[in-house]
Design a protein around this ligand. Structure first.
Ligand code: URP
Ligand code: ZN
Ligand code: ZN
Ligand code: ZN
Length: 467
Protein backbone atom coordinates (compact mmCIF):
# COMPACT_ATOMS: atom_id res chain seq x y z
CA UNK A 1 0.00 0.00 0.00
CA UNK A 2 1.55 3.28 -1.08
CA UNK A 3 1.92 5.87 1.64
CA UNK A 4 2.08 8.84 -0.70
CA UNK A 5 -0.24 9.85 -3.51
CA UNK A 6 -0.61 12.90 -5.72
CA UNK A 7 -4.04 13.74 -7.10
CA UNK A 8 -3.61 15.89 -10.19
CA UNK A 9 -5.78 18.24 -12.17
CA UNK A 10 -9.08 18.14 -10.29
CA UNK A 11 -11.22 21.04 -9.16
CA UNK A 12 -10.57 21.16 -5.42
CA UNK A 13 -13.70 22.35 -3.62
CA UNK A 14 -13.79 23.32 0.04
CA UNK A 15 -16.31 25.37 2.01
CA UNK A 16 -14.38 28.50 1.08
CA UNK A 17 -12.62 27.94 -2.26
CA UNK A 18 -12.72 26.28 -5.66
CA UNK A 19 -9.30 25.92 -7.27
CA UNK A 20 -7.65 23.68 -9.83
CA UNK A 21 -4.93 22.20 -7.67
CA UNK A 22 -2.75 19.14 -7.23
CA UNK A 23 -2.73 17.54 -3.80
CA UNK A 24 0.06 15.59 -2.16
CA UNK A 25 -1.05 13.08 0.48
CA UNK A 26 1.66 11.63 2.67
CA UNK A 27 1.49 9.40 5.76
CA UNK A 28 -2.25 9.86 6.09
CA UNK A 29 -2.24 13.66 5.90
CA UNK A 30 -2.49 16.33 3.27
CA UNK A 31 1.13 17.39 2.84
CA UNK A 32 0.80 20.10 0.18
CA UNK A 33 -1.45 21.74 -2.39
CA UNK A 34 -0.25 23.57 -5.48
CA UNK A 35 -2.05 25.21 -8.40
CA UNK A 36 -2.19 22.65 -11.23
CA UNK A 37 0.19 23.02 -14.18
CA UNK A 38 2.63 25.20 -12.24
CA UNK A 39 6.24 24.35 -11.37
CA UNK A 40 5.17 24.00 -7.72
CA UNK A 41 2.65 21.35 -8.71
CA UNK A 42 5.11 19.55 -10.96
CA UNK A 43 7.53 19.39 -8.04
CA UNK A 44 5.05 17.33 -6.01
CA UNK A 45 6.06 13.71 -6.30
CA UNK A 46 4.72 10.53 -4.76
CA UNK A 47 4.69 6.76 -5.16
CA UNK A 48 1.31 6.97 -6.86
CA UNK A 49 -0.38 9.53 -9.09
CA UNK A 50 -4.11 9.75 -9.68
CA UNK A 51 -5.50 11.82 -12.54
CA UNK A 52 -8.61 13.77 -11.51
CA UNK A 53 -8.96 15.90 -14.64
CA UNK A 54 -12.61 16.80 -15.12
CA UNK A 55 -13.45 15.63 -11.61
CA UNK A 56 -14.09 17.35 -8.30
CA UNK A 57 -11.73 16.72 -5.42
CA UNK A 58 -13.63 17.26 -2.18
CA UNK A 59 -13.17 16.56 1.53
CA UNK A 60 -14.65 13.28 2.69
CA UNK A 61 -18.15 13.74 4.02
CA UNK A 62 -18.73 14.09 7.76
CA UNK A 63 -22.07 12.55 8.73
CA UNK A 64 -22.71 13.79 12.26
CA UNK A 65 -25.87 11.76 12.86
CA UNK A 66 -25.96 7.98 12.44
CA UNK A 67 -27.41 5.09 14.44
CA UNK A 68 -25.64 1.85 13.57
CA UNK A 69 -27.18 -1.12 15.44
CA UNK A 70 -29.48 1.19 17.44
CA UNK A 71 -31.92 -0.76 19.63
CA UNK A 72 -35.38 0.65 18.91
CA UNK A 73 -38.93 -0.67 19.25
CA UNK A 74 -37.86 -4.22 20.11
CA UNK A 75 -35.41 -4.54 17.21
CA UNK A 76 -32.04 -3.15 16.06
CA UNK A 77 -31.11 -0.82 13.20
CA UNK A 78 -30.04 -3.20 10.45
CA UNK A 79 -26.65 -1.71 9.61
CA UNK A 80 -23.79 -2.77 11.85
CA UNK A 81 -20.74 -0.55 12.20
CA UNK A 82 -19.13 -2.79 9.58
CA UNK A 83 -21.87 -2.63 6.94
CA UNK A 84 -22.89 0.94 7.69
CA UNK A 85 -19.42 2.45 7.51
CA UNK A 86 -18.66 0.52 4.31
CA UNK A 87 -21.83 1.97 2.77
CA UNK A 88 -20.82 5.41 4.02
CA UNK A 89 -17.45 5.07 2.25
CA UNK A 90 -19.21 4.07 -0.97
CA UNK A 91 -21.17 7.30 -0.69
CA UNK A 92 -18.14 9.54 -0.10
CA UNK A 93 -18.45 9.88 3.67
CA UNK A 94 -15.23 9.30 5.59
CA UNK A 95 -16.30 10.15 9.15
CA UNK A 96 -19.45 9.33 11.09
CA UNK A 97 -20.47 10.54 14.50
CA UNK A 98 -22.76 7.86 15.91
CA UNK A 99 -24.86 7.96 19.08
CA UNK A 100 -23.88 5.86 22.09
CA UNK A 101 -26.90 5.25 24.31
CA UNK A 102 -27.32 5.55 28.06
CA UNK A 103 -30.13 3.24 29.16
CA UNK A 104 -32.35 4.43 32.01
CA UNK A 105 -30.88 3.26 35.32
CA UNK A 106 -27.38 2.87 33.88
CA UNK A 107 -24.43 5.21 33.57
CA UNK A 108 -23.07 7.13 30.59
CA UNK A 109 -19.74 5.29 30.82
CA UNK A 110 -21.43 1.91 30.61
CA UNK A 111 -23.34 2.96 27.48
CA UNK A 112 -20.25 4.47 25.88
CA UNK A 113 -18.18 1.35 26.56
CA UNK A 114 -20.87 -0.79 24.93
CA UNK A 115 -20.81 1.37 21.79
CA UNK A 116 -17.02 1.29 21.64
CA UNK A 117 -17.24 -2.51 21.74
CA UNK A 118 -19.67 -2.56 18.83
CA UNK A 119 -17.53 -0.27 16.68
CA UNK A 120 -13.94 -1.13 17.47
CA UNK A 121 -12.18 -3.09 14.76
CA UNK A 122 -15.27 -3.05 12.54
CA UNK A 123 -15.30 0.32 10.85
CA UNK A 124 -14.20 1.08 7.29
CA UNK A 125 -13.90 4.81 8.03
CA UNK A 126 -13.17 6.94 11.10
CA UNK A 127 -15.83 7.36 13.72
CA UNK A 128 -16.65 9.32 16.86
CA UNK A 129 -19.49 9.33 19.36
CA UNK A 130 -22.16 11.59 20.76
CA UNK A 131 -23.87 10.38 23.93
CA UNK A 132 -27.64 9.96 24.26
CA UNK A 133 -28.57 10.99 27.80
CA UNK A 134 -31.76 9.24 28.87
CA UNK A 135 -31.46 9.62 32.63
CA UNK A 136 -30.27 12.93 34.10
CA UNK A 137 -29.17 12.60 37.74
CA UNK A 138 -26.19 13.70 39.85
CA UNK A 139 -24.02 10.82 38.61
CA UNK A 140 -24.91 11.44 34.99
CA UNK A 141 -24.03 15.12 35.30
CA UNK A 142 -20.60 14.29 36.71
CA UNK A 143 -20.02 11.74 33.96
CA UNK A 144 -20.81 14.40 31.36
CA UNK A 145 -17.74 16.35 32.51
CA UNK A 146 -15.52 13.29 32.15
CA UNK A 147 -16.85 12.46 28.71
CA UNK A 148 -16.21 15.99 27.45
CA UNK A 149 -12.62 15.68 28.64
CA UNK A 150 -12.10 12.45 26.75
CA UNK A 151 -13.62 13.57 23.45
CA UNK A 152 -17.35 12.86 23.66
CA UNK A 153 -18.37 16.49 23.63
CA UNK A 154 -22.04 16.42 22.64
CA UNK A 155 -25.14 14.97 24.29
CA UNK A 156 -28.49 14.22 22.75
CA UNK A 157 -31.66 14.65 24.75
CA UNK A 158 -35.20 13.79 23.73
CA UNK A 159 -38.36 15.79 24.31
CA UNK A 160 -40.09 12.84 22.56
CA UNK A 161 -40.45 9.11 23.35
CA UNK A 162 -41.80 9.21 26.94
CA UNK A 163 -40.71 6.13 28.85
CA UNK A 164 -37.73 5.47 26.58
CA UNK A 165 -35.31 8.33 25.89
CA UNK A 166 -37.53 11.18 27.17
CA UNK A 167 -36.25 13.94 29.46
CA UNK A 168 -38.56 16.43 31.15
CA UNK A 169 -37.83 20.17 31.14
CA UNK A 170 -36.06 20.03 34.49
CA UNK A 171 -33.73 17.28 33.34
CA UNK A 172 -33.07 19.17 30.14
CA UNK A 173 -32.33 22.40 32.00
CA UNK A 174 -29.92 20.61 34.34
CA UNK A 175 -28.01 19.00 31.46
CA UNK A 176 -27.87 22.33 29.64
CA UNK A 177 -26.52 24.08 32.75
CA UNK A 178 -23.85 21.41 32.98
CA UNK A 179 -22.92 21.77 29.32
CA UNK A 180 -22.69 25.55 29.78
CA UNK A 181 -19.99 24.80 32.35
CA UNK A 182 -18.11 21.94 30.70
CA UNK A 183 -18.21 23.07 27.07
CA UNK A 184 -20.46 20.27 25.85
CA UNK A 185 -23.13 20.81 23.22
CA UNK A 186 -26.72 19.67 23.83
CA UNK A 187 -28.38 18.19 20.75
CA UNK A 188 -32.15 18.17 20.97
CA UNK A 189 -34.80 15.90 19.52
CA UNK A 190 -37.46 18.60 19.62
CA UNK A 191 -40.98 17.19 19.52
CA UNK A 192 -43.55 17.39 22.31
CA UNK A 193 -43.69 13.66 23.01
CA UNK A 194 -46.23 13.89 25.84
CA UNK A 195 -48.79 15.59 23.58
CA UNK A 196 -47.92 13.31 20.65
CA UNK A 197 -48.59 10.21 22.73
CA UNK A 198 -52.11 11.48 23.49
CA UNK A 199 -52.74 12.05 19.77
CA UNK A 200 -51.34 8.58 18.95
CA UNK A 201 -53.74 6.95 21.41
CA UNK A 202 -56.70 8.91 20.05
CA UNK A 203 -55.83 8.10 16.43
CA UNK A 204 -55.49 4.38 17.13
CA UNK A 205 -58.83 4.43 19.00
CA UNK A 206 -60.42 5.85 15.83
CA UNK A 207 -58.95 2.98 13.82
CA UNK A 208 -56.35 5.20 12.14
CA UNK A 209 -53.56 2.65 12.03
CA UNK A 210 -51.84 3.22 8.65
CA UNK A 211 -48.32 4.67 8.40
CA UNK A 212 -49.63 8.02 7.16
CA UNK A 213 -51.14 8.72 10.58
CA UNK A 214 -47.61 8.72 12.03
CA UNK A 215 -47.16 11.97 10.09
CA UNK A 216 -50.53 13.37 11.15
CA UNK A 217 -50.14 12.95 14.91
CA UNK A 218 -46.55 14.24 15.03
CA UNK A 219 -47.67 17.73 14.20
CA UNK A 220 -45.43 20.49 12.87
CA UNK A 221 -46.74 22.73 15.66
CA UNK A 222 -45.52 20.22 18.25
CA UNK A 223 -42.06 20.27 16.66
CA UNK A 224 -42.11 24.07 16.67
CA UNK A 225 -43.34 24.23 20.27
CA UNK A 226 -40.58 21.91 21.46
CA UNK A 227 -37.98 23.77 19.41
CA UNK A 228 -39.09 27.03 21.01
CA UNK A 229 -39.00 25.50 24.49
CA UNK A 230 -35.53 24.00 23.94
CA UNK A 231 -34.23 27.37 22.74
CA UNK A 232 -35.55 29.19 25.79
CA UNK A 233 -34.28 26.53 28.20
CA UNK A 234 -30.83 26.83 26.59
CA UNK A 235 -31.05 30.61 26.85
CA UNK A 236 -31.88 30.37 30.57
CA UNK A 237 -28.96 27.95 31.05
CA UNK A 238 -26.60 30.09 29.01
CA UNK A 239 -25.78 27.13 26.79
CA UNK A 240 -25.54 26.68 23.03
CA UNK A 241 -28.07 24.36 21.41
CA UNK A 242 -28.09 22.14 18.29
CA UNK A 243 -31.52 20.97 17.14
CA UNK A 244 -31.38 17.69 15.21
CA UNK A 245 -33.50 16.55 12.27
CA UNK A 246 -35.47 19.79 11.77
CA UNK A 247 -38.35 19.13 9.37
CA UNK A 248 -41.06 21.79 9.83
CA UNK A 249 -41.25 25.34 8.46
CA UNK A 250 -42.47 26.51 11.88
CA UNK A 251 -39.41 24.99 13.60
CA UNK A 252 -37.03 26.71 11.16
CA UNK A 253 -38.82 29.97 12.00
CA UNK A 254 -38.11 29.43 15.71
CA UNK A 255 -34.42 28.86 14.97
CA UNK A 256 -34.26 31.89 12.69
CA UNK A 257 -35.87 34.11 15.31
CA UNK A 258 -33.48 32.92 18.03
CA UNK A 259 -30.49 33.48 15.76
CA UNK A 260 -31.74 36.96 14.92
CA UNK A 261 -31.72 37.57 18.67
CA UNK A 262 -28.06 36.54 18.65
CA UNK A 263 -28.47 33.22 20.45
CA UNK A 264 -25.97 30.40 19.77
CA UNK A 265 -28.62 28.10 18.33
CA UNK A 266 -27.98 25.71 15.44
CA UNK A 267 -30.09 23.42 13.29
CA UNK A 268 -29.61 20.27 11.27
CA UNK A 269 -31.86 18.86 8.62
CA UNK A 270 -31.63 15.60 6.68
CA UNK A 271 -32.01 14.54 3.04
CA UNK A 272 -35.33 12.80 3.74
CA UNK A 273 -36.95 16.11 4.69
CA UNK A 274 -35.47 17.83 1.64
CA UNK A 275 -36.42 15.19 -0.93
CA UNK A 276 -39.35 13.15 0.51
CA UNK A 277 -42.76 14.09 1.87
CA UNK A 278 -46.03 12.86 3.38
CA UNK A 279 -46.86 11.61 -0.14
CA UNK A 280 -44.36 8.82 0.56
CA UNK A 281 -45.88 8.09 3.98
CA UNK A 282 -49.25 7.70 2.24
CA UNK A 283 -48.02 5.03 -0.21
CA UNK A 284 -50.50 2.12 -0.24
CA UNK A 285 -50.10 -1.49 0.95
CA UNK A 286 -48.15 -0.46 4.05
CA UNK A 287 -45.29 0.80 1.80
CA UNK A 288 -45.54 4.09 3.70
CA UNK A 289 -43.86 2.33 6.64
CA UNK A 290 -40.56 2.65 4.75
CA UNK A 291 -40.76 6.40 5.38
CA UNK A 292 -41.60 6.39 9.09
CA UNK A 293 -39.08 8.43 11.04
CA UNK A 294 -39.25 11.13 13.71
CA UNK A 295 -39.50 14.04 13.27
CA UNK A 296 -41.78 12.83 10.47
CA UNK A 297 -41.76 13.64 6.78
CA UNK A 298 -43.84 16.77 6.13
CA UNK A 299 -46.05 17.96 3.27
CA UNK A 300 -43.92 19.06 0.29
CA UNK A 301 -44.49 22.75 1.03
CA UNK A 302 -42.09 22.53 3.99
CA UNK A 303 -39.12 21.77 1.74
CA UNK A 304 -38.79 25.36 0.53
CA UNK A 305 -38.24 26.60 4.09
CA UNK A 306 -35.55 23.98 4.68
CA UNK A 307 -33.68 24.88 1.50
CA UNK A 308 -33.98 28.57 2.36
CA UNK A 309 -32.72 27.87 5.89
CA UNK A 310 -29.71 26.09 4.44
CA UNK A 311 -28.96 29.06 2.20
CA UNK A 312 -29.44 31.70 4.90
CA UNK A 313 -27.50 29.68 7.52
CA UNK A 314 -30.50 29.36 9.82
CA UNK A 315 -29.76 25.64 9.26
CA UNK A 316 -26.06 24.78 9.24
CA UNK A 317 -25.75 21.01 8.76
CA UNK A 318 -27.21 18.18 6.69
CA UNK A 319 -26.71 14.80 8.35
CA UNK A 320 -28.58 11.62 7.54
CA UNK A 321 -30.00 10.34 10.85
CA UNK A 322 -29.20 7.01 9.18
CA UNK A 323 -31.25 4.46 11.14
CA UNK A 324 -32.28 1.66 8.78
CA UNK A 325 -34.87 -1.00 9.44
CA UNK A 326 -35.73 -3.63 6.83
CA UNK A 327 -39.25 -3.49 5.44
CA UNK A 328 -39.50 -7.23 5.83
CA UNK A 329 -39.64 -8.27 9.46
CA UNK A 330 -38.81 -4.86 10.98
CA UNK A 331 -41.03 -2.11 9.55
CA UNK A 332 -43.69 -4.85 9.40
CA UNK A 333 -43.79 -4.93 13.21
CA UNK A 334 -46.16 -1.98 12.86
CA UNK A 335 -48.74 -3.49 10.51
CA UNK A 336 -52.09 -2.56 12.04
CA UNK A 337 -50.50 -0.04 14.45
CA UNK A 338 -48.29 2.72 13.04
CA UNK A 339 -46.89 3.44 16.51
CA UNK A 340 -45.09 0.10 16.45
CA UNK A 341 -43.18 0.81 13.21
CA UNK A 342 -39.51 1.25 14.14
CA UNK A 343 -38.55 4.87 13.46
CA UNK A 344 -35.77 5.64 11.03
CA UNK A 345 -34.62 5.79 7.42
CA UNK A 346 -31.51 4.55 5.62
CA UNK A 347 -29.39 7.17 3.88
CA UNK A 348 -25.73 7.25 4.94
CA UNK A 349 -24.71 6.22 1.40
CA UNK A 350 -26.90 8.76 -0.40
CA UNK A 351 -26.24 12.09 1.32
CA UNK A 352 -23.32 13.43 -0.72
CA UNK A 353 -25.01 12.53 -4.03
CA UNK A 354 -28.40 13.97 -3.09
CA UNK A 355 -26.80 17.22 -1.99
CA UNK A 356 -24.79 17.37 -5.20
CA UNK A 357 -28.07 17.00 -7.05
CA UNK A 358 -29.33 19.94 -4.97
CA UNK A 359 -26.41 21.96 -6.37
CA UNK A 360 -27.51 21.07 -9.91
CA UNK A 361 -31.12 21.86 -9.02
CA UNK A 362 -30.05 25.36 -7.91
CA UNK A 363 -30.84 25.03 -4.20
CA UNK A 364 -27.28 25.52 -2.94
CA UNK A 365 -23.85 26.36 -4.32
CA UNK A 366 -21.00 23.84 -4.65
CA UNK A 367 -19.15 25.42 -1.75
CA UNK A 368 -22.26 25.38 0.40
CA UNK A 369 -22.60 21.64 -0.43
CA UNK A 370 -19.18 21.06 1.10
CA UNK A 371 -19.87 23.43 3.96
CA UNK A 372 -23.09 21.75 5.16
CA UNK A 373 -21.89 18.18 4.53
CA UNK A 374 -18.20 18.34 5.53
CA UNK A 375 -16.80 21.53 7.05
CA UNK A 376 -19.56 22.70 9.40
CA UNK A 377 -20.35 19.27 10.88
CA UNK A 378 -16.61 18.92 11.55
CA UNK A 379 -16.48 22.37 13.18
CA UNK A 380 -19.71 21.92 15.10
CA UNK A 381 -18.48 18.71 16.68
CA UNK A 382 -14.80 19.49 17.23
CA UNK A 383 -13.17 17.59 14.38
CA UNK A 384 -11.88 20.54 12.33
CA UNK A 385 -9.51 20.94 10.50
CA UNK A 386 -8.49 17.28 10.86
CA UNK A 387 -11.78 16.46 9.14
CA UNK A 388 -14.02 18.48 6.83
CA UNK A 389 -11.53 20.31 4.64
CA UNK A 390 -8.58 19.89 2.30
CA UNK A 391 -5.62 21.79 3.72
CA UNK A 392 -2.03 21.04 4.69
CA UNK A 393 -2.01 19.04 7.91
CA UNK A 394 -5.61 17.81 7.58
CA UNK A 395 -6.28 14.09 7.46
CA UNK A 396 -6.10 12.88 3.85
CA UNK A 397 -9.83 12.09 3.72
CA UNK A 398 -10.43 12.97 0.11
CA UNK A 399 -13.08 12.05 -2.45
CA UNK A 400 -12.67 12.15 -6.22
CA UNK A 401 -16.18 12.95 -7.42
CA UNK A 402 -17.42 12.66 -11.00
CA UNK A 403 -19.93 15.49 -11.39
CA UNK A 404 -21.19 14.24 -14.75
CA UNK A 405 -21.81 10.53 -14.04
CA UNK A 406 -25.47 9.58 -13.94
CA UNK A 407 -26.91 7.04 -11.59
CA UNK A 408 -30.24 5.68 -10.46
CA UNK A 409 -30.47 5.14 -6.70
CA UNK A 410 -31.72 1.65 -5.89
CA UNK A 411 -31.67 -1.06 -3.23
CA UNK A 412 -30.40 -3.35 -6.00
CA UNK A 413 -27.12 -1.48 -6.13
CA UNK A 414 -26.69 0.19 -2.73
CA UNK A 415 -24.41 -1.18 -0.02
CA UNK A 416 -26.47 -0.46 3.08
CA UNK A 417 -27.76 -3.56 4.87
CA UNK A 418 -31.43 -2.80 4.28
CA UNK A 419 -33.94 -4.30 1.84
CA UNK A 420 -35.25 -1.05 0.34
CA UNK A 421 -34.09 2.40 -0.67
CA UNK A 422 -36.00 5.49 0.45
CA UNK A 423 -34.95 7.02 -2.91
CA UNK A 424 -35.67 4.00 -5.13
CA UNK A 425 -35.58 4.97 -8.82
CA UNK A 426 -34.36 8.53 -8.24
CA UNK A 427 -32.00 9.70 -10.99
CA UNK A 428 -29.10 11.83 -9.85
CA UNK A 429 -26.12 13.27 -11.64
CA UNK A 430 -22.79 12.91 -9.86
CA UNK A 431 -21.11 9.91 -8.33
CA UNK A 432 -18.25 9.04 -6.04
CA UNK A 433 -15.35 7.54 -7.94
CA UNK A 434 -12.48 7.14 -5.47
CA UNK A 435 -12.31 7.68 -1.71
CA UNK A 436 -9.23 8.07 0.47
CA UNK A 437 -9.42 7.68 4.23
CA UNK A 438 -6.22 9.02 5.82
CA UNK A 439 -4.52 8.52 2.45
CA UNK A 440 -5.63 4.91 2.07
CA UNK A 441 -7.91 4.21 -0.90
CA UNK A 442 -11.08 2.64 0.50
CA UNK A 443 -12.99 2.97 -2.77
CA UNK A 444 -10.94 2.88 -5.97
CA UNK A 445 -12.61 3.60 -9.32
CA UNK A 446 -15.95 2.30 -8.02
CA UNK A 447 -14.48 -0.77 -6.36
CA UNK A 448 -14.36 -1.32 -2.65
CA UNK A 449 -10.73 -1.51 -1.52
CA UNK A 450 -11.21 -0.82 2.18
CA UNK A 451 -11.47 -3.14 5.11
CA UNK A 452 -13.18 -3.41 8.46
CA UNK A 453 -10.85 -2.07 11.12
CA UNK A 454 -9.21 0.59 8.99
CA UNK A 455 -11.45 3.20 10.59
CA UNK A 456 -10.34 4.44 13.99
CA UNK A 457 -12.05 6.12 16.90
CA UNK A 458 -11.54 9.86 16.73
CA UNK A 459 -11.93 11.83 19.96
CA UNK A 460 -13.31 15.33 19.49
CA UNK A 461 -12.68 18.76 20.94
CA UNK A 462 -15.61 20.96 21.96
CA UNK A 463 -17.74 22.88 19.45
CA UNK A 464 -15.54 25.04 17.20
CA UNK A 465 -18.39 26.74 15.38
CA UNK A 466 -18.63 29.61 17.83
CA UNK A 467 -14.92 30.32 18.10
O1 URP B 1 -36.74 8.22 13.39
C1 URP B 1 -35.62 8.44 13.79
N1 URP B 1 -35.11 9.63 13.66
N2 URP B 1 -34.90 7.45 14.37
C2 URP B 1 -33.65 7.57 14.98
C3 URP B 1 -33.70 8.09 16.38
C4 URP B 1 -33.78 9.60 16.43
O2 URP B 1 -34.70 10.11 17.02
O3 URP B 1 -32.91 10.27 15.89
ZN1 ZN C 1 -34.12 12.10 17.23
ZN1 ZN D 1 -31.24 10.16 15.14
ZN1 ZN E 1 -6.06 -0.21 6.91
Amino acid sequence: MSTSTVIRGGLVITASDETHADILMEDGRIAALAASHTPAAEALSAERTVDATGKYVIPGGVDAHTHMELPFGGTFASDTFETGTRAAAWGGTTTIVDFAVQSVGHGLREGLDAWHAKAEGNCAIDYAFHMIVSDVNEDTLKEMDLLVEEGVTSFKQFMAYPGVFYSDDGQILRAMQRSADNGGLIMMHAENGIAIDVLVEQALARGETDPRFHGEVRKALLEAEATHRAIRLAQVAGAPLYVVHVSATEAVAELARARDEGLPVFGETCPQYLFLSTDNLAEPDFEGAKYVCSTPLRPKEHQAALWRGLRTNDLQVVSTDHCPFCFSGQKELGRGDFSKIPNGLPGVENRMDLLHQAVLDGHISRRRWIEIACATPARMFGLYPKKGTIAPGADADVVIYDPAAEQVISADTHHMNVDYSAYEGKRVTGRVETVFSRGVPVVTDREYTGHAGHGVYTPRSTCQYLT
